[in-house]
Design a protein around this ligand. Structure first.
Ligand SMILES: [Zn+2]
Length: 340
């Protein structure tokens, strides 16, 4: 626990994305121009009028921005003349075109996914409190939030029915070691055993393999941990770049829900947020954190989605709210000291 208290708390720049609405006057003039030319009314005029906006918070334009045919307008299916000031809208992908990253061969170490997309991966560690696990799960289900669980092996073994329920709800479960000890103080063989014991325990509870992702206690990391994770069959060692601070700051800190909300809102594109199901304060902070990101066009993804590794996904992608760009591969940070 102590090492987690000093775990990294990355408070990256907050990305505040404003939806620029097209000028009403501009749109009215545009509508008249288009109508006078007999062009069909473009169905997504807001996108055409706002080519520089990568994200919109609503899939449809405001009522004032939708050119409504007037009683004297008779749009015809003729080809629209080229309006040079208005670039062609980039097609918005369907939900099935949801981009994911990918991992190279071998075992990677990552702290975040691609910065190209407004996606957030919530991860829930430890899970000492079965009540908190159930409450957090209910919040995720209520808000349709994808999240990835990292229960401690020996703790999860105390509540097998609970973890069968989490699995049955479609949520991915990954490896937070069986013993929850500082891995940098262990030998290679001990670390391999810790990972394997956790995989075996959780897989036997839920009846199928867990996700091939390992998160060391407190993010404790060195080259031996990476090699041991590879030997245990892990595809990646995954830490985080953002945390809500729900194990730091002492009692006054982790019981301050507003503090948890503020820290939890520190993510940006591709962020992995560290939380814990150890007490009720995280549960209380979750709705505000979820709403914060949703209001800014972020989507919540599993780590499997973020890194292109097949696994359970509770909820399908939300309607696409951003225009993707190429290069969705994640940024891989090499494991260099100092470790945390
Ligand atoms: Zn932990």
């Amino acid at each position: 626990m102590i090492a987690e208290l000093i775990g990294e708390m990355f408070c990256g720049e907050r990305r505040v994305i404003m939806k620029r609405k097209p000028s009403l006057v501009f749109l009215v003039v545009l509508a008249l121009l288009v109508g006078a030319c007999g062009a069909p009314v473009p169905p997504t005029s807001s996108l055409a009028a706002t080519p520089t906006i990568a994200i919109t918070t609503a899939p449809t334009a405001s009522p004032s921005a939708t050119p409504t045919p007037g009683p004297t307008e008779t749009p015809t299916p003729t080809v629209a003349p080229s309006l040079t000031p208005v670039p062609t809208a980039t097609p918005v992908p369907s939900p099935s075109a949801y981009p994911t990253g990918s991992l190279p061969a071998g075992t990677s170490y990552v702290r975040y996914g691609s910065r190209a997309y407004p996606v957030i991966a919530i991860t829930v560690d430890d899970c000492y409190s079965s009540a908190a696990v159930a409450a957090d799960l209910a919040v995720f289900q209520k808000y349709h939030v994808n999240a990835t669980w990292f229960p401690i092996g020996y703790v999860a073994a105390l509540y097998p029915d609970l973890w069968r329920a989490v699995d049955a709800a479609g949520f991915p479960i990954a490896n937070h070691t069986f013993d929850h000890q500082n891995l940098t103080l262990k030998t290679y063989d001990q670390i391999v055993k810790d990972f394997k014991d956790d995989n075996n325990t959780l897989s036997s509870i839920i009846g199928h393999p867990i996700m091939p992702f390992a998160r060391p206690y407190g993010g404790s990391l060195n080259d031996t941990v990476i090699r041991a994770a590879a030997a245990a069959g892990e595809k990646a060692v995954i830490n985080w770049d953002t945390t809500d601070g729900d194990t730091s700051g002492g009692v006054a800190g982790y019981t301050d829900v507003n503090r948890l909300i503020s820290l939890g809102e520190g993510g940006k594109n591709g962020s992995i947020i560290l939380m814990h199901a150890n007490h009720e304060y995280t549960t209380k902070a979750l709705p505000a954190i979820i709403n914060y990101y949703r209001a800014r066009g972020f989507q919540f993804v599993t780590l499997g989605q973020m890194f292109g590794v097949p696994g359970p996904v509770p909820y399908g992608p939300e309607p696409a709210t951003w225009i993707p760009t190429p290069s969705p591969s994640p940024t891989l940070a090499p494991p260099t000291p100092p470790y945390y």
